[in-house]
Write a protein that binds this ligand. Structure first.
Ligand SMILES: NC(=O)c1ccc[n+]([C@@H]2O[C@H](COP(=O)([O-])OP(=O)(O)OC[C@H]3O[C@@H](n4cnc5c(N)ncnc54)[C@H](OP(=O)(O)O)[C@@H]3O)[C@@H](O)[C@H]2O)c1
Length: 322
């Protein structure tokens, strides 16, 4: 495993583990996954040196936090535990009470990273950051983070908090490179971290799926990326991943992760549906892409133009009512 030094003697693994899948109906992995496989995934991740574990109060309505906390056991104290508040009522007393509830579900004395899940569209961050400040003062929260924030709003959150907001968790993969515009340069120059979610584009970049083999669950049925036309369009990118993968005796998924964490300010939190996947994902931290390979992947990704927005809507509706 490789680690990112975030200051104050704290290092976090470049490949973490995302746990939206744990206990969430929308991923459709079922009871034995929530009851057994998820635990085995966490235990194996710890063995492999993964220290960044990401969850949220809304994942499975608290079930993900419970499953993760129970699986970590005493290791809760030595890993970097990250959870999120969904800011429906972002006033300081609510933030404080929700942090305590998350810590209780996780069985943790401290939340190493407490993130605002997404910007509240009507309430600015002054009130939520007042709660965060109080939580940091009493030691329940280590670092504050945000998620799905623009650069302007990330900076405004820092101003409201009065100290660094360590990270911004955003979608970042070869299928969506928008954070490169301003978030990555800011993070690199200011010593902040971009936590890449959906680094495998929810499995698309593994190359397992095509128009005749589409994943069946609510998350991906609702994603334009998995429409048959877009799966066709992704063929060239998957082929580019395969070529690089062959050169490293690796898989396309591993190369997709190695590409994401090649940027010095980025860590990735892939989810996993099996222990085999978590092993493969952790091993991706050891893959060093050459400049030529990195460039070839950048070019293939620039050629990938999925149908999105209103143009994709009719396909999504057809898929939903089929
Ligand atoms: N902050 C936010 O708003 C936000 C939003 C989304 C996600 N997240 C966080 O980010 C985490 C990861 O994002 P995500 O789950 O959306 O997408 P992802 O990590 O890109 O994709 C995860 C899925 O890819 C497949 N996969 C994983 N490893 C693989 C491997 N080695 N080989 C082949 N397939 C593999 C698995 O699905 P199959 O095996 O079923 O194909 C797995 O469920 C989440 O768990 C969550 O913690 C945060």
């Amino acid at each position: 495993m490789r680690y990112l030094d975030v200051g104050d003697g704290v290092e976090i693994s470049r490949i973490g583990l995302g746990t939206w899948q744990f206990g969430s109906r929308e991923w459709g992995y079922g009871q034995s996954y929530a009851g057994q496989e998820a635990r085995a995934i966490v235990r194996r991740a710890v063995e492999l040196g993964v220290t960044l574990f990401d969850t949220a109060e809304i994942y499975g309505f608290g079930r993900s936090e419970r499953i993760l906390g129970e699986a970590l056991g005493e290791d809760r104290e030595s890993v970097f535990l990250a959870t999120k508040i969904f800011p429906v009522l972002p006033v300081a007393p609510v933030v404080e009470q929700r942090a305590v509830a998350s810590a209780n579900r996780l069985g943790a004395r401290r939340l190493d990273l407490y993130q605002v899940h997404q910007p509240n569209p009507v309430v600015r961050d002054g009130t939520i950051m007042r709660g965060m400040r109080a939580l940091q003062r009493v030691g329940l929260v280590g670092e504050v983070g945000v998620s799905n924030y623009s650069l302007d709003r990330w900076r405004a959150a820092e101003q409201a908090l009065g100290r660094r907001v360590l990270s911004n968790q955003v979608r970042y993969s070869l299928a969506d490179r928008s954070p490169e515009r301003d978030l990555l340069p800011f993070a690199e120059s200011a010593g902040r971290v971009v936590i890449a979610y959906s680094p495998l584009a929810q499995g698309l970049l593994s190359g397992r799926y095509d128009r005749d083999h589409r994943p069946a669950n609510r998350v991906r049925a609702g994603s334009a990326l998995f429409l048959p036309d877009n799966l066709d369009r992704a063929g060239d990118l998957i082929e580019a991943l395969r070529l690089v993968a062959d050169a490293h005796s690796a898989t396309p998924a591993q190369i997709a992760l190695a590409w994401v964490i090649r940027h010095p300010a980025v860590v990735a939190i892939p989810g996993a549906s099996s222990v085999g996947q978590v092993e493969s994902n952790a091993a991706a931290a050891g893959i060093g892409l050459t400049d030529d390979q990195y460039q070839a992947l950048n070019e293939a990704s620039a050629r990938f133009r999925p149908v999105t927005g209103p143009a994709a809507l009719s396909g999504l509706l057809r898929a939903r009512f089929r």
